[in-house]
Design a protein. Structure first.
Ligand code: ADP
Ligand code: UDP
Length: 239
């Protein structure tokens, strides 16, 4: 399977057509952005780590019953995926208060929730990805009620799977963002990526941040944190 024309270049990945109309190739870059593109930079080696980590996590999630877009890893930075029409929602799941939740509601980062919190933002860069609820999503016709129910069920299943997995690696899953898409037969599957760009991951023993917050907040040791989180995953596989 090889790349045909590029159909999209985003902030972190490029997307290409292939000779199969149902399949795309995604190509992971080292480019990093934050605050809706206001902060820009490069994280050396990030594309390789995000590609490999996302693929391993997606395969684990698929084995445990949630359908994903993953088809085949083609190279260090490239993966063959099922083409979907992306549902324009950023589906955020939170186990612990951090980031925009802490800011919006005035609570300390680190407050542990009794139950996971699902939150949607409208995937629209021009509007700054505004927060929205299920009624807003239905009014905007971004998805049907059945699709939203499926998305919520899948998001909670993914949370249980990832939370348990990262705990075994000595890592606390604080929160993360998922994107879902619709295949040509109308079914909802997990798409995009699951990586330190899209998750908050804290060392369970020290609380050290092992994710993109090191870049967002100029904490230093960004490349080292990405390498460390990947090492935790690989070490777990070898156990
Ligand atoms: P952004 O668009 O936010 O800058 P990226 O740089 O990660 O993000 O670009 C990848 C784009 O590809 C995103 O818009 C994402 O929604 C989309 N995408 C991810 N997986 C698939 C898929 N399987 N089929 C179609 N589009 C996808
Ligand atoms: N997130 C993401 N892409 C976005 C916004 C958020 O991957 O465009 C992830 C982010 O990495 C974190 C979670 O979603 O793991 C919750 O992010 P939050 O709403 O706290 O936003 P932020 O603090 O990043 O503005």
């Amino acid at each position: 399977m090889h790349k045909l024309e590029q159909i999209y270049e985003g902030k972190a990945k490029k997307v290409y057509k292939t000779d199969d109309p149902e399949l795309y190739i995604v190509d992971y870059k080292d480019d990093a952005t934050a605050f809706n593109g206001l902060k820009k930079g490069t994280i050396a080696g990030k594309g390789i780590i995000n590609n490999q980590m996302s693929n391993r996590l997606m395969q684990m999630i698929e084995r445990k019953g949630v359908p994903t877009h993953f088809v085949k890893e083609l190279s260090e930075r490239e993966t063959l995926v099922k083409k979907v029409s992306i549902v324009p929602l950023e589906v955020i799941v939170r186990n612990i208060a951090a980031g925009s939740f802490s800011k919006r509601y005035g609570v300390d980062e680190g407050m542990v929730f009794d139950e996971p919190v699902i939150e949607f933002s409208y995937k629209n860069d021009a509007l700054g990805d505004p927060l929205l609820n299920t009624d807003h999503a239905l009014a905007l016709k971004v998805a049907t009620r059945t699709e939203i129910d499926t998305i919520k069920t899948y998001a909670l299943q993914v949370n249980s799977i990832l939370k348990a997995f990262w705990a075994e690696c000595g890592v606390t899953l604080v929160d993360f963002k998922l994107e879902f898409g619709k295949t040509s037969d109308g079914s909802i599957i997990l798409a995009d990526e699951i990586s330190p760009d899209t998750c908050r991951l804290w060392d369970s023993a020290t609380g050290e941040k092992l994710d993109k917050d090191r870049f967002r907040r100029d904490l230093g040791g960004v490349e080292e944190a990405y390498a460390e989180i990947m090492k935790r995953l690989v070490d777990h596989e070898e156990k």
